[in-house]
Design a protein around this ligand. Sequence first.
Ligand code: IPE
Ligand code: IPE
Ligand code: MG
Length: 253
Amino acid sequence: MADNPSIQTMISLIKSKPVPQHIAIIMDGNGRWAKMHGFVRTVGHRYGVEKLKELLVTCKAIGIKYVTVYAFSTENWSRPKDEVDTLMRLIVEFINREIDNIKKEGARIRVLGDYSVLPEESRNAVEYAIAHTAENTDLHLNVALNYGGRAEIVKAVKEIAQKISSGELSLDDVGEKTVSDHLYTAGMPDPDLVIRTAGEMRLSNFLPYQSAYSEIWVSPPDVFWPDFGKEVFLRAIMDYQKRDRRFGGLSSK
Ligand code: IPE
Ligand code: IPE
Ligand code: MG
């Protein structure tokens, strides 16, 4: 469906200014959305998945190179088994249904997090999605799956320690870049903008190292992920473009 004129105007305005290279999104509020509509929580997750397609198309139209979405955290295993099972099943359904479109869009899928512990069917689907899109370079879609920022840092510390003890790396050479290079996001730019839907003002263990200097945009509490349309996404980017990123220095404005 073609965009309405106001969406097209917003996209043109955004493109006339520096565009964020990397946007990271905490897709929150599926459960509250479902409750509000009188559905069980898992229905909210189903509607939430649909929003992802739209998001990718918009990112491509704007020229955003990296999109990271928080799909399942290391803490989300504590939810009821039927909800976890549905989320794992939705990963498979989404990949089966959308992988050819994603490939056609030129997007490369990567997973941030330890997906080796996912149920076999989900793991196979994820591995297929990664391999099937590995040659694409237009847009990088990172899916944070069984992702936790603290676990990621622990993993990096262990790998670095191992390299020091084997002599591959010397302690004097360890710097911030060494740590970045051992995160799931190695080689990627840090997120310029972290968006969280549904109003909560926290990171919930999402990209703590990478988002040290990210701008944060939180939606109003009644904008749940399944309602996160193009207009509100573009509004978040326009707000970001008005921010003064000082990085500890002085304003350039
Ligand atoms: C986000 O929505 C999706 C996942 C965490 C998988 P929630 O399921 O957290 O929805 P709320 O926050 O309970 O409304
Ligand atoms: C963060 O949302 C995780 C994902 C969106 C996948 P949560 O709903 O799990 O976060 P909390 O529990 O509100 O901190
Ligand atoms: Mg939540």
